[in-house]
Design a protein around this ligand. Structure first.
Ligand code: NAD
Length: 282
């Protein structure tokens, strides 16, 4: 059962108990810090079984002031035991193992991992759908989810205007293009009837009307930039989203955890559901 805490302004806040997977990774650490800053408690922390941080506490790892010990994913049931919500930023291969185990425990899930192959995606969705309330989102930032909705208003743009997406991320990012660029691409493909995606050009490669362009750059430590260019023969509209740090994503993920802790329908929700953009839609 959820408990409540009181913040400095005296308002009652929901205090969640969280289990974080990928706890020593870039996003895992950012999510733990954001959750703790909001008064939530990390009751479980999971990492890959061969990760050198296994057995260390979150305090020893310099992540936050907590005695919770990081355990291997082979001890997932134990790590999830006291948690209201399981939050995970790992790898597709890890999720295929971990998510069905968490769903079987009946724990709510917030999943941010990207880069799934079609079969992995199917397996994970099947293990969750109809069993537990979950939020799956390729990007938890509020700004990006506003962008997903803004784009729907571009349906009326003349047919000879082209749409192009580019994204820049840090050199540690494994999948390309980003899950966010893919989701933006899916929205635009449905809206504009594009049937092909082109990921860069070389040599003689003129653009064809059925093509959507999505390009990916990997540069230094960039947390994430997404750029949408809508161009006609005489003008161009450009919408850019820049995350200043991973906190933009971690903040949204914690918001999703707070929201899903109050949901009872065993289905997969999106960040648009969390932010209320889908209210009134069929
Ligand atoms: P990272 O490599 O820094 O961290 C991943 C962590 O997962 C590592 O510490 C790794 O040891 C751990 N891990 C591997 N196997 C595991 C297992 N079986 N159980 C538990 N932990 C395991 O990567 P990152 O930058 O933190 O990104 C992680 C994922 O989240 C990527 O897919 C990335 O694209 C995605 N991501 C999503 C969002 C979003 O808003 N949805 C934002 C940033 C990153």
């Amino acid at each position: 059962m959820n408990t409540y805490t009181t913040n400095s302004s005296g308002r009652d806040l929901l205090m969640l108990r969280l289990c974080i997977a990928g706890a020593a990774g870039r996003m895992g650490k950012a999510v733990i810090r954001e959750a703790v800053a909001k008064g939530h408690k990390v009751t479980g922390a999971i990492e890959a079984v061969d990760n050198p941080c296994i057995g260390k506490t979150l305090r020893e790892m310099g992540i936050c002031d907590s005695d919770t010990r990081i355990v291997g994913s082979d001890r997932i049931s134990e790590a999830c035991r006291d948690a209201d919500v399981y939050m995970t930023f790992t790898t597709p291969e890890a999720e295929v193992q971990n998510i069905p185990a968490v769903a079987a425990l009946g724990k709510r899930v917030v999943l941010g991992t990207t880069g799934f192959k079609e079969e992995q995606n199917r397996q994970i969705r099947e293990s969750v759908q109809g069993r537990i309330p979950a939020v799956f989102a390729p990007n938890f930032s509020v700004g990006i989810n506003v962008l997903f909705n803004l784009v729907k208003a571009l349906k009326a743009v003349p047919q000879d205007y082209t749409f192009s997406i580019s994204e820049v991320h840090h050199t540690g990012k494994k999948d390309a293009p980003s899950g966010t660029a893919k989701k933006l691409g899916d929205i635009i493909m449905n809206l504009r009837g594009y049937s092909r995606t082109v990921h860069g050009r070389e040599g003689m490669s003129p653009r064809k009307p059925e093509e959507l362009e999505i390009t990916a750059l990997r540069a230094g430590g960039v947390p994430g930039i997404h750029d949408l260019i809508v161009a006609g023969p005489h003008e161009m509209l450009r919408i850019e989203h820049t995350a200043f740090s991973r906190s933009a994503l971690a903040q949204g993920a914690v918001y999703a955890a707070e929201w899903i802790s109050n949901q009872t329908h065993p289905r997969i929700f999106s960040m648009e559901d969390v932010l209320g953009f889908n209210i009134g839609e069929k």
